[in-house]
Design a protein around this ligand. Structure first.
Ligand code: GLC
Length: 530
């Protein structure tokens, strides 16, 4: 596998599509594959390189596709296998790579494997899932909690044992200590890779192996009242076990059976532990998702520290990556505010490492308030009222000002944002100073300047709300100055190369402005200087 700087997944920009909400082509209020094909020209025009699709496989949709009942099919809601083949061909025809979501930690409880497994204690597939006896008093085998609320063990009356589910009870965990499970998922990977898929984003990859002895997890001494209940215990024995790296190396070797494919891992861990997922000799995930920007305090010093810690922790030769949003976390525009969303865009597209954009962030979509009766997310339903719901970041893409925002002709499965008549692709494209125009300009500049892709990252000392760094390659440098506050700041010219000018401001109104003396950065402004 090409690990050089030339590898497409190092140079490229990734874009996550949440298929239910991207484009509906058959008027059922849910997005689908034909809809994605219709919107490929838009994706190509954005200048991104790879599209990652959240799951499109057959599923009862208890967790909107993250509960799979057939790893090698397409759910009729999204279309057919022919539609999928047409999508690969059309995407590749436009020079776009296509990444699928692989959900190997758990299946749907309706997967035929689980039906067999639960049928009897001596079924050949019994050991494909995690079955344990209850405690002598009949209670669950240990104290592990489900991430979606309640106990992680479900008693199954038919065989009087419990099965483990890290998420919904409709999502039983597979037993990755069983080689037959590994083989079955490897074969599913090969099925898609042979069809031309360019790689996988692997769901909750750090969950795959659990403690062999199923020891109780320790209490979390730092639990904060009002946070989701599963945070009451730490996941010391239920996630991030040393043996997981062997499992990932196995997946990676399947990826490497095919030319030029990528393995991305979904991992929520502190940076120091995250970087272990590159694997021994970089034989793990090519890109263990770095979610540090999703939960950071939005301040110059916190972000500067995250970048420094991450850069320092990366193993030799490992390639960094950055994420601002996904289908599980509140929209960046709501986390940091509308003004700072533009600064965040400049940060994402000027840091060293592969950026992943979340659909709609490029048009500044914010978290949409969802009335309880319109809520769909099972997490919110199980743990109501404390703000864990993920529907607000999964609402339909806002394409134009027509009745359903150009997303559908039917009532969408989730409500549209109330401001879509103005905040949509058509309108924002017509506005040369919009956030969409900024995203386009940032992508274009990143494509033009190798410093922004393969250049080194060098922090430049700064104070207060200013985040300052340089990207340098082959003697050419650009400096990025981001003002994370609302007050103007001034950067002395000694921090910036002599004779420089502004290449881009997040306000899109200072291109080519020469810098002499000092660089003045307005409140909530970011600039690239070179
Ligand atoms: C991942 C997915 C999330 C899903 C969970 C369980 O975190 O991103 O949407 O609910 O796994 O599969």
């Amino acid at each position: 596998m090409d690990q050089s700087n030339e590898a497409w997944w190092r140079r490229g920009i990734f874009y996550q599509v949440y298929p239910r909400s991207f484009q509906d082509s058959n008027a059922d209020g849910v997005g689908d594959i034909r809809g994605i094909i219709e919107r490929l020209p838009y994706l190509e025009s954005l200048g991104i390189d790879a599209v990652w699709l959240s799951p499109i496989f057959p599923s009862p949709m208890a967790d909107f596709g993250y509960d799979i009942s057939d790893y090698t099919g397409i759910d009729p809601l999204f279309g057919t296998m022919e539609d999928f083949d047409a999508l690969i061909e059309a995407a590749h025809g436009r020079g776009l790579k296509l990444i699928l979501d692989l959900v190997p930690n758990h299946t749907s409880d309706r997967h035929p494997w689980f039906a067999e497994s639960r049928a009897s204690r001596d079924n050949p597939k019994r050991d494909w899932y995690i079955w344990r006896d209850g405690k002598p008093d009949g209670g669950p085998p240990n104290n592990w909690l489900s991430e979606f609320g309640g106990n992680a063990w479900q008693h199954d009356a038919a065989t009087d044992q419990y099965y483990y589910h890290a998420f919904l009870k409709e999502q039983p965990d597979l037993n990755w200590r069983n080689p037959a499970v590994r083989e079955a998922i490897h074969d599913a990977m090969r099925f898609w890779l042979a069809r031309g898929v360019d790689g996988f984003r692997v769901d909750v990859i750090w969950h795959l192996i659990k403690d062999a002895e199923f020891r109780d997890n320790p209490q979390n001494p730092h639990y904060v009242e009002g946070r989701p209940p599963h945070e009451k215990i730490l996941t010391q024995y239920s996630t991030d076990q040393p043996e997981v790296h062997d499992v990932i190396a196995g997946m990676r070797s399947v990826i490497d059976e095919f030319a030029d494919r990528v393995l991305i891992g979904e991992i929520y861990l502190p940076l120091q532990r995250l970087v272990a997922y590159y694997g021994n000799d970089l034989g793990g995930a090519h890109l263990p998702f770095n979610f540090a920007l999703l939960s950071t305090l939005w301040s110059a010093r916190s972000i500067e520290k995250i970048i420094a810690d991450y850069e320092a922790a990366l193993p030799a030769g490992a390639w960094p990556n950055w994420v601002l949003g996904n289908h599980d976390r509140p929209r960046v525009a709501s986390r940091v505010g509308r003004e700072q969303a533009r600064v965040a865009a400049m940060l994402l597209l000027t840091l060293r490492g592969t950026p992943t954009l979340y659909y709609g962030d490029e048009i500044g979509m914010h978290q949409v308030p969802i009335a309880p009766e319109e809520g769909r997310d099972p997490f919110e339903k199980n743990v109501p009222g404390i703000g864990v719901g993920r529907d607000g970041c999964r609402t339909p893409m806002q394409w134009d000002a027509s009745e359903r925002a150009g997303f559908s002709t039917a009532r969408p499965w989730l409500p549209l944002a109330s401001d879509f008549a103005h905040e949509n692709v058509v309108n924002l494209d017509a506005d040369t100073k919009s956030i969409l125009s900024l995203y386009r300009a940032l992508v274009a500049l990143r494509r033009k300047l190798p410093q922004l892709v393969t250049g080194t990252y060098e922090p430049v000392a700064a104070q207060g709300d200013l985040l300052l760094y340089r990207r340098k390659s082959e003697g050419q440098a650009v400096t990025i100055a981001l003002n994370l506050g609302a007050e103007p700041v001034s950067v002395t010219s000694s921090s910036i190369a002599f004779g420089s000018k502004i290449l881009l401001s997040t306000f899109l109104d200072r291109e080519s402005e020469p810098i002499d003396g000092a660089l003045d950065v307005r409140g909530n402004e970011g600039v690239i200087v070179g």
